[in-house]
Design a protein around this ligand. Structure first.
Ligand code: KIV
Ligand code: ZN
Length: 509
């Protein structure tokens, strides 16, 4: 048995991560993420904020039913109705955790809560006791702890532990901390408060680009739990990235003297899953999971790596589940290469589904020179979320310049009937979407639109990811073409087809 201190990995991709602009996920997406988090062997999955909405409560409850090994947490303000909502949503969890919080910094108490510190203290204690009657495992967060006053922090930490909290989180809510100060805060709490068996947790935001550095400094200073998200998604500049924390603790295990339960070989596929369900790509030079993280461009580096990988590689691509030699997939690729790429991207389909996907892949490869990971993920998503393509694009024709109002004529085939509309808009894409809206008669709203050029040169392939909301339902669509207007239309129709299929309604044509 290892004698190293175990660091608890608390993943909040589904809660704080989902709070980042454009990263809203639907229930199916969240369950897929939860599956990856279980494969990664994270210790705690924060599934959402049950009191926020009916949809959030349902997601927490479904995830709680689904997750087998990790503890499942639901965040709530220190209010009885929020705590009740969390307890109810966690009813079927094997290891439920209520995570409640209140702000403790002078600025938050005075301007946001409009409460005196004594009142904040009383409410925190009362609510931890209240929650403790509903659930054994209680985490308490001192929101904006890094800007709170030491004596008040000590008083709160001691009080909530006595009231029944077993994990105390010290968040750097606004990403203001710097590593040595934050480490000192954790060391000071340990020194000044008898925390007994309770655990200290850290939760860092990345406003100054220091979230991971702060987390690691705090771990070295005695924090027991690190809160983080996949790809570092989260409010504003994001949260501390799980993959960076875990790979730092693993690669430099002797320096930290700690270990985690994480299966690092599942990192790459989990990261890809987040890209796929949020449509939010990671920058090429992002540590660990960026496209260039293991690419060696300069001749000197390439020579060194060929002679001995340790010359320039501090960890292997395989350690995060990335194949050493990534093959380009195209129309000459065989079944074997395709199957292994699916596994690398984190999909586990039964044989009949893989056959179905391979046929779709071949059809796509006939149209495109190379098939990207995003294309394969989009195909796989269609197989995971089957829908009927009731709306098809026949053609479109745009009239656009910098001197006229852009117009688009779109001809669709909806349930085998051809229909056509003309509309104007701020640009050719906007005009095309307006024409489609008229034809489909939808009240759907375009929530996010992301355009990416995946190949170089003037004939680069445009990949478009959109998310479209209709009421409380959200669908993501993906489209690619050498023409960005066409890629956009295809992505939009993809999302509308999913929405129509889920609703089972007919288009108002
Ligand atoms: O950033 C923060 O302070 C939080 C807490 C509510 C845990 O997300
Ligand atoms: Zn946060």
């Amino acid at each position: 048995m290892s004698s190293k201190r175990k660091i608890i990995i608390f993943d909040t991709t589904l809660r704080d991560g989902e709070q980042s602009p454009g990263c809203t996920m639907n229930l199916r997406d969240k369950l897929l993420v939860a599956e990856h988090l279980e494969a990664l062997r994270v210790d705690v999955i924060e599934a959402g904020f049950a009191a926020a909405s009916k949809g959030d409560s349902e997601s927490v409850s479904e995830i709680a039913r689904y997750v087998k090994n990790a503890a499942v947490a639901s965040l709530c303000r220190a209010l009885p109705k929020d705590i009740d909502a969390s307890a109810e949503a966690l009813r079927h969890a094997k290891h439920p955790r209520i995570h409640t919080f209140i702000a403790t910094s002078p600025i938050h108490m005075e301007y946001k809560l409009k409460m005196a510190p004594d009142k904040v203290f009383e409410q925190a204690i009362a609510m931890v006791k209240y929650a403790r009657n509903l659930c054994e495992d209680i985490e308490f967060s001192l929101e904006d702890a890094s800007r709170s006053e030491r004596p008040f922090i000590y008083r709160m930490v001691e009080g909530v532990i006595k009231a029944g909290a077993s994990t105390i989180n010290i968040p750097d809510t606004v990403g203001y901390a710097i590593p040595h100060e934050y480490a000192q805060l954790i060391a000071d709490i340990r020194k000044n408060v008898d925390i007994g068996k309770a655990r200290l947790s850290v939760h860092c935001h990345n406003d100054l680009g220091l979230a991971v550095a702060n987390t690691l400094a705090a771990v070295a200073a005695g924090a027991d739990q690190a809160e983080c998200t996949l790809n570092g998604i989260g409010e504003r500049a994001g949260n501390a990235a799980l993959e960076e924390i875990v790979m730092a603790l693993t690669t430099r295990r002797e320096a930290f003297g700690v270990e985690t339960n994480i299966d690092t070989t599942k990192i790459y596929s989990a990261s890809r899953c987040i890209v796929q369900v949020t449509g939010s790509r990671v920058q090429a030079n992002k540590a660990i999971v960026g496209e260039n993280a293991f690419a060696h461009e300069s001749g000197i580096h390439q020579h060194g790596v060929l002679a001995n990988p340790l010359t320039y590689e501090i960890m292997t691509p395989e350690s995060i589940g990335l194949p050493k030699n990534k093959m380009i997939l195209g129309k000459h690729s065989g079944r074997h290469a395709f199957d292994s790429r699916l596994v690398e991207l984190g999909f586990q389909f039964p044989a009949d589904k893989v056959n179905e996907l391979f046929i779709l892949f071949k059809a796509l490869a006939d149209r495109k020179k190379t098939v990207s990971d995003a294309d394969i993920e989009a195909l796989a998503r269609d197989v995971l979320n089957p829908y009927v393509e009731r709306i098809k694009l026949k053609y479109f024709n745009v009239l656009a310049s910098n001197a006229i109002t852009p117009m688009s004529t779109v001809r669709l085939i909806i349930d085998n009937k051809e229909v056509e509309q003309v509309a104007s808009g701020d640009g050719p894409i906007n005009a095309s979407f307006a024409a489609i809206n008229k034809l489909v008669g939808t009240k759907a709203v375009l929530e996010t639109f992301k355009l990416n050029a995946t190949t170089g040169g003037a004939n680069a392939l445009g990949e478009v990811d959109v998310s479209v909301r209709e009421g409380d339902r959200l669908a993501r669509g993906h489209g690619s073409s050498t023409d960005v207007v066409e890629a956009s239309i295809r992505a939009y129709l993809h999302a509308l087809n999913i929405l129509m299929c889920e609703k089972g309604s007919s288009a108002a044509v």
